[in-house]
Ligand binder design. Structure first.
Ligand SMILES: Nc1nc2c(c(=O)[nH]1)N[C@H]1C(S)=C(S)[C@@H](COP(=O)(O)O)O[C@H]1N2
Ligand SMILES: [Mo]
Length: 310
């Protein structure tokens, strides 16, 4: 398919240059007088067109992930990674249908937020039916409804040095050794197989189910070391993309626990592991170096790409 936007024709480029020159001259002669003249109006209009052209380049239809008709929705959206967080705090929230859930929004923001699900549902919503692609080689099409991340960030107000949005999750992936020794470091090298979970965190769902779905107490959790919970990050371009949402519904129903209840990120132009489930906290930062090992995400710190473009 040919791109819908083409570069300006040479003669139009020439006109823009001439218009810019005129605008420069007009600064000396008085802007108002210039704007009132027929030439001035034309030149200003050209400036506006050029501005719109540049803005639209950043947001062409091609930059939107494909959206599908409802008829193509997968009958089952395969859950992957953590499917039932074993963490005590999460279990307590889930037991009460996430009634006490509050999404924390903090870091480099003017107004830190604590948003309940009712708060989030009261904000403008977006629904999109998209295809999820996991690096493991499977895909599923789901219809997501949620609040655009931009809406949440706008409420919080970003500070000028804000560069990244970090998502902190409820689910423990593994426990860090109590003393940060060399051995622990070498354990954190790239894991070529995402399904090969670290010992101890492996197959959390069945572990906790086998244990009568009783999550370990705080002491038991601590005894295993410091929990490393799933984390991810995106830049501001993706954060403000219209299809970047914090989803609370899947296929018209409240998100199931297995797919990330009560809230999960959809950042549609990237791979599955960026689609952060069980989001508890959105932190705005200037850099990624203080987050985990500095790679920007749990799997990034184990060798995966930070920008996981599809
Ligand atoms: N919190 C959290 N988010 C996560 C994961 C996880 O283990 N924990 N797995 C990731 C991976 S690899 C994929 S493919 C998708 C799976 O989403 P699904 O369970 O809705 O299919 O979630 C991503 N987000
Ligand atoms: Mo994945």
């Amino acid at each position: 398919m040919r791109p819908r936007l083409s570069l300006p024709k040479p003669h139009r480029r020439g006109f823009l240059t001439a218009a810019a020159g005129l605008l420069g001259v007009s600064a000396l002669g008085g802007c108002e007088r210039f704007a009132a003249s027929p030439t001035g109006r034309r030149a200003l209009k050209a400036g506006e067109d050029a501005n719109m052209f540049v803005q639209r380049l950043l947001l062409t239809p091609a930059s939107l992930a494909k959206e599908f008709p409802d008829s193509q929705i997968s009958p089952w959206f395969k859950p992957n990674g953590t499917i039932d967080p074993p963490d005590r705090a999460y279990k307590a929230l889930a037991a009460r249908s996430f009634e006490g859930f509050k999404l924390r929004v903090d870091g480099l923001v003017e107004r830190p937020q604590d948003l309940s699900l009712a708060d989030l549902r009261a904000l403008p919503a977006r629904t999109q039916t998209t295809r999820h692609d996991c690096v493991e080689g499977w895909s599923a099409i789901g219809k997501w409804t949620g609040v655009p991340l931009a809406e949440v960030l706008q409420r919080a107000g970003l500070k000028p040095n804000a560069r990244y949005i970090v998502f902190h999750c409820a689910d423990t992936m593994e426990y860090a050794a109590a003393d940060e020794n060399e051995e622990a470091e070498t354990d954190k090298t790239a894991n070529p197989d995402m399904e090969a979970r670290p010992e101890g965190a492996e197959n959390q769902a069945s572990d906790s189910q086998a244990a009568g779905s009783e999550a370990p107490g705080a002491e038991a959790e601590e005894a295993q070391g410091t929990p490393i919970r799933y984390y991810e990050s995106i830049d501001l371009t993706d954060a403000y993309h219209p299809q970047t949402i914090l989803a609370y519904d899947l296929n018209g129903k409240a998100l199931p626990v297995s797919n990330g209840a009560p809230l999960r990120l959809r950042v549609e132009r990237q791979l599955g592991y960026k689609q952060t489930k069980y989001v508890m906290r959105v932190e705005v930062t200037e850099a990624l170096k203080g987050i985990g090992e500095g790679g920007g995400g749990y799997w990034e710190d184990r060798g995966y790409e930070w920008y996981a473009g599809i």
